[in-house]
Structures are given as C-alpha cells and as structure tokens.
Write a protein that binds this ligand. Structure first.
Ligand code: PLP
Length: 392
C-alpha cells in the first residue's frame, strides 16, 4: 500500500478505498437498525473528500456529514447525491446555495433558522434542517440544559419554538435532532449517561412541539463502538470510517476489526556518513555516539509531520524501525539508520498497513496528540494515490 516507487513524488499519501468501505461495514454491524452517517469533514480526515465519500457510500453509509458549507457544496459539485448534513454555520453562509444543493443544514440558534427560511421563501421551496442540541459538550448547538438550577427555559427550548413556527409556515422542515458527546472515548464516564438522558429530553421536547423527526442521532465513532444504546436512528462516525481506533486505551484498530485506510511514504533523498558527535538538524538536539549513516527524508511539518514528534516519530526504512533523529523541519527530517545499508530512493514508511509499519496511533503518542490530528494534517502538498475499487 505504501509503495512510492511507481510515483514521481518525493512523498505521497496512499488511501485504500476498500478499507474505508470495509470499516463502514464494521460500523454498520455495531449500529443495529440505525443508519451510518459517514463523517467526511476536513477532506475526509485527510483522506480526500470525494473518493472517500464515494467509498463510504459503497460500504453502505446512508448519509454523509460535513462541518463546513464549502465541503457540502464540493460534494454536490462532484455529483455526490446522498443525504448530506452540514453543521457549522456562520451568519455569512450562502443559504441559497445550500438550499439549491439540497443540503440539510444544522441550526444551533434561531438566526440560522431565519437565514434558511429566508432562502427557502426566495426559492419557493422548503429548507430541510436539523436542530443541534448541546447536551453537555458546551461547543456547538443550542444549550439544552438549565443554566440556573430548576430553570426550565433553555436555548434549545427557544430553538424548538422558533423551528416549530417556521415549520408551520412551510418555510422549513425539521428532519432531525442531534447532539454530540464530550467523553464517548470513556464509556463509563458519567457524562455519557447524562448526555444520553439530556438528549432523550431534547428529542421529547421537539416531538411535543409537533416536529415530526425522521432522524435522531448522537453517536460518534467511540459511542458507536462502545455504547450501542445511544444509536437512536443514526450514528455519525468519522475516525473509525478511516480505520483508526477512537478508544486507543480500550482497543486497537485491529481489535475492533478496522483497517487503517491511510499510508504515508517518502523516498530517501540523501544518504551520508557523519562522525560521532555530529549534531543533526536544527538546534543539534540529536548527536550520534559513533560514526553513523543518516538519511534525509523529504517530508516535513509543512506536509503534516508533527514537529512535536522531533526525536520520537516512528519510521520504517529498508524494512527496519527507526525514529526521527533531531528536529522535524518544514520539508524534511533526518533518520539515523546506524550501519543499515540504505540507498537514495529507498522507501521510508511513516504510516503503513504492513505488520511492522508505524501507525497513526504511534505518531499520535510520539507527538502527544490524537490520531485524528495525525491523519487530518497530512496536507495538500502530498499527492493522494487511491487504491481499491470501492466507490469508483
Ligand atoms: C467530527 C464529528 C463527528 C465524528 O466524530 P468521530 O469522533 O471522528 O467519530 C460526529 N459528529 C460531529 C458533530 C462532529 O463534529
């Protein structure tokens, strides 16, 4: 999966579309009767928006989810016609374009409903919206919990009331209510249960206001895999679609039957001998104790290799494991390969699917972050090569 040998590029990302389809199948197995909305925001977590979306649909996803309006429009422009939810609006959003593209839009506040209703009136159509309830993440969504103890008036109440009146007028139709967990990666954490209860209350409130909901959804990857009772009508996994574990403390990707879809590899650009004590890369934070061979690898932090993984990031060169030696630079980093025979042009694997290949979780551990950040940051300077047939 990681052969850069056929490529003219110094470094590239390989995406296995069949792995994406397979992972959606695994998630469907956990979702019971709930549909899978595959989350393809952030260029499908770095895997490439359109090919990944098509592969997820081929694997049985019932819908797609994105954060930004531009992502939704890009999918439609590419001809992807599946049900599509977009959940991060600002007042400058082009509601007319989203309506024309038949994108469902999440509303966190009355102003968002007003923008969508105005666009619907202009077009003589009905806008499809989903109400986003904040059940305890305190991020997006209308806050659905009392701010003062015992006070029943919440922002979510106001959102539901406004939605019900615009819906009675025919300007919009509320197709769903959804929320998002703060702590789903720790399924025993008390907030997981508390958010499920708050979500049930939010759904009840919307239904009592006369909204005829088609979908109610709460579960991200971690909840889909660990808390099946939270599935409602739809689950909304992102990370697991790409074959990574959202609960690395509890289960690896392999334990969960997931196949990592992303490979990252580069070709050795320079090979040289250096003497004992010669400092390597900026700041000379690494110096070998004896004469050694170092190789220069043409991929750096501008491509998404975390600079925080200086001195620690795992790589495989000539089939053997090493770590980044010294600081990761903008376009390159150095690896001390000792006395192993390495030639210019040899492959360096940063992420791969072979048994001994480094994983996104190892990079995350090396950089003090999460695997989400590792894959989503491998950037546009790296060409994507797609393998597998799913969705093509
Ligand atoms: C990113 C996101 C998801 C997917 O989360 P994962 O942890 O990657 O499964 C689901 N819902 C919302 C609202 C999100 O922002």
């Amino acid at each position: 999966m990681s052969d850069a040998g056929t490529s003219p590029w110094p470094a590239q990302v390989t995406v296995d579309l069949d792995a994406i389809a397979h992972n959606v199948g695994v998630l469907r197995g956990h979702a019971g009767s709930a549909g899978v909305m595959a989350v393809v925001k952030a260029d499908a977590y770095g895997h490439g928006l359109v090919p990944s979306a098509r592969a997820a649909l081929a694997g049985g996803a019932a819908a797609l989810g994105v954060a930004q309006p531009a992502e939704a429009l890009a999918l439609r422009q590419a001809g992807v016609a599946a049900p599509l939810l977009c959940w991060l609006l600002t007042p400058s959003v082009d509601a007319d374009a989203l309506l024309a593209a038949d994108v469902q839009v999440a509303a966190s506040a009355p102003w968002a409903l007003d923008l969508l209703a105005a666009a619907a009136r202009r077009a003589g159509r009905t806008a499809q919206v989903q109400l986003k309830a904040d059940t305890g993440l305190a991020r997006g969504g209308a806050f659905a919990l009392p701010v003062r103890p015992g006070d029943p008036r919440t922002d979510f109440h106001a959102l539901v009331r406004h939605a019900a009146s615009l819906s009675a007028e025919g300007a919009l139709r509320v197709v769903g209510v959804f929320s998002h967990f703060a702590y789903a990666d720790a399924p025993e954490h008390p907030t997981v249960r508390a958010q499920q209860e708050a979500f049930a209350d939010a759904v009840r409130l919307a239904e009592r206001a006369g909204l005829d909901l088609e979908v109610r959804h709460l579960s991200n990857s971690a909840a889909t895999l660990t808390t099946p009772a939270a599935a409602w009508d739809m689950v909304r996994p992102g990370l697991a679609v790409y074959g990574l574990s959202p609960v690395p403390e509890l289960a690896s990707a392999a334990d969960l039957g997931l196949r990592p879809a992303m490979g990252v590899s580069a070709r050795v650009a320079v090979v040289k001998r250096i003497p004992a004590g010669q400092g390597v890369s900026y700041g000379h934070t690494y110096a070998p104790e004896r004469a050694t061979t170092v190789v220069d690898v043409p991929i750096g932090y501008a491509d998404g290799v975390p600079r925080h993984a200086s001195g620690t990031g795992p790589v495989q060169v000539a089939g053997r494991r090493f770590r980044v030696s010294g600081r990761v630079c903008m376009d390159q980093f150095v690896v001390d390969v000792g006395d192993v025979a390495v030639a210019t042009g040899d492959e360096v694997v940063l992420l791969g699917d072979a048994d001994e290949a480094p994983t996104a979780q190892e990079w995350a551990d090396a950089a003090g972050t999460i695997s989400y950040e590792i894959v989503s940051r491998f950037g546009p300077r790296l060409p994507r090569r797609y393998v597998g047939e799913a969705g093509r």
